[in-house]
Design a protein around this ligand. Structure first.
Ligand code: PNS
Length: 167
C-alpha cells in the first residue's frame, strides 16, 4: 500500500491545499493530512482541534467518495519523518505554487531524506487558479474583514466568520 503524508500547518486550509490532496489521492492508496500541532510561524488563528475539524468537514463536503475514502486527517508534533514512520508512509506530499516555493521546499526535501532515506517527497504543482493563495494572506484578509469565500472551503469560511466576529 502506498501511503503519503501531506504535512503542513493548514492555518487555515485553503482551496489550494484541497486541490493538492485530491490529486495526491489519485496517485496514492492513502493520504494522511498531517496537521503540525505547534507551528513556529506567527500565532495560529485556529487551534489544532479546530484545524482538524475544518479539514475533516472540508473533505466530507467537497471531495468525491473515491477520494474521501483514501484520506485520513491527523495531527502530529515533532519531525514529519517520525510521523511518516509512525503511519507507515514512504512519501511526503507538498504543493508547489511558484519558483519562490522551490528553494525552501528543495531544502526540506533533502533534509527529510537525510533524516530518513526511505522517505521521498513528491510535489504537486498547485492548480493555476489557486497558485496565488497562501494561508497567511487568507488569514490576514479575513482578519481585516475581507471576503475569502472563494479562497477556502465552506467549513473554513464559516469558522473564519465566527472567529473574526468575536474579535
Ligand atoms: O504548511 P507549512 O507551514 O509550509 O508546513 C511546513 C511543515 C509542517 C511541513 C514543516 O515545517 C515540517 O515538516 N515541520 C515538522 C518539523 C520537521 O520535520 N522539521 C524538519 C523539516 S526538514
Amino acid at each position: 500500500m502506498r501511503i503519503a503524508v501531506y504535512a503542513g500547518s493548514f492555518d487555515p486550509l485553503t482551496n489550494g491545499h484541497l486541490d493538492v490532496v485530491n490529486r495526491a489521492a489519485a496517485v496514492f492508496d492513502r493520504v494522511v493530512f498531517a496537521v503540525l500541532a505547534n507551528p513556529r510561524k506567527a500565532a495560529p488563528i485556529f487551534t489544532t482541534d479546530a484545524r482538524l475539524a475544518v479539514i475533516r468537514e472540508a473533505v466530507a463536503e467537497t471531495c468525491p467518495p473515491a477520494v474521501r475514502e483514501r484520506i485520513d486527517v491527523e495531527s502530529f508534533d515533532g519531525l514529519t519523518v517520525e510521523f511518516c514512520r509512525k503511519v507507515g508512509a514512504g512519501f511526503v506530499v507538498r504543493g508547489l505554487r511558484a519558483i519562490s516555493d522551490f528553494e525552501s521546499e528543495l531544502q526540506m526535501a533533502h533534509l527529510n531524506r537525510k533524516l530518513e532515506p526511505g522517505i521521498d517527497t513528491v510535489f504537486f504543482m498547485t492548480a493555476i487558479e489557486h497558485s496565488y493563495l497562501s494561508s497567511s494572506l487568507v488569514k490576514e484578509i479575513a482578519l481585516f474583514g475581507g471576503d475569502v469565500t472563494d479562497m477556502v472551503p465552506p467549513s473554513v469560511a464559516r469558522r473564519l466568520a465566527e472567529r473574526t466576529a468575536s474579535l
